[in-house]
Write a protein of this length. Structure first.
Length: 176
């Protein structure tokens, strides 16, 4: 076990904040790629069944049309991805990105129970998933990653705020 631990340390896998940076970078990449897809007509029709069956997204198509709903989602994903990216340097912006990420994955997870034929009847139904449900199940892990980043960024923003408040109160004029 010691050899295994030493190997992990040498590889840098136990480096402080590695998990935090990997999760943040992964979410930035996911929002970049998924947001990019939403700009194309093809993708607008692919995501349509998800959008119209989502209890939090059903209003997008009546409000913006099929293509507009897809573009709206793409803009939202790029916005949250950009905020997550900026969170590498600003924990306050990271909080906004993680909160947006959290809301995104809540919205997609809530689609699962409402997808028609989401559970494979030929395999006995629940828990045997059809492809659309299986595609959305990844969002459970992405929701957990968003919660982790939100917790980390809030704690870091509070700590930075407390630190800056302390340094603001300890200026030379206070010792005069």
């Amino acid at each position: 076990m010691d050899l295994f631990n030493r190997t992990l340390i040498r590889l840098g896998l136990l480096k402080e904040d590695l998990d935090y940076h990997l999760i943040r970078g992964s979410l930035v990449f996911i929002f970049l790629i998924f947001g990019y897809q939403k700009w194309f007509e093809y993708e607008a029709h692919v995501v349509l069944p998800f959008i119209i069956h989502g209890p939090l997204t059903f209003w997008l198509v009546p409000a913006f049309g099929v293509r507009g709903a897809s573009i709206f989602l793409g803009v939202a994903e790029w916005t949250f991805g950009a905020l997550l990216f900026l969170g590498f340097w600003s924990h306050r912006l990271g909080v906004l990105g993680a909160a947006g990420s959290f809301l995104t994955f809540i919205a997609t997870i809530t689609i699962i129970p409402f997808l028609p034929n989401g559970w494979a009847a030929e395999a006995g139904g629940f828990p045997a998933m059809t492809v659309p449900v299986a595609f959305l199940m990844k969002d459970l892990v992405l929701l957990a990653a968003s919660i982790y980043l939100l917790k980390q960024d809030v704690a870091r923003a509070v700590a930075a705020g407390t630190k800056s408040m302390r340094s603001a109160h300890l200026t030379p004029q206070h010792f005069g």
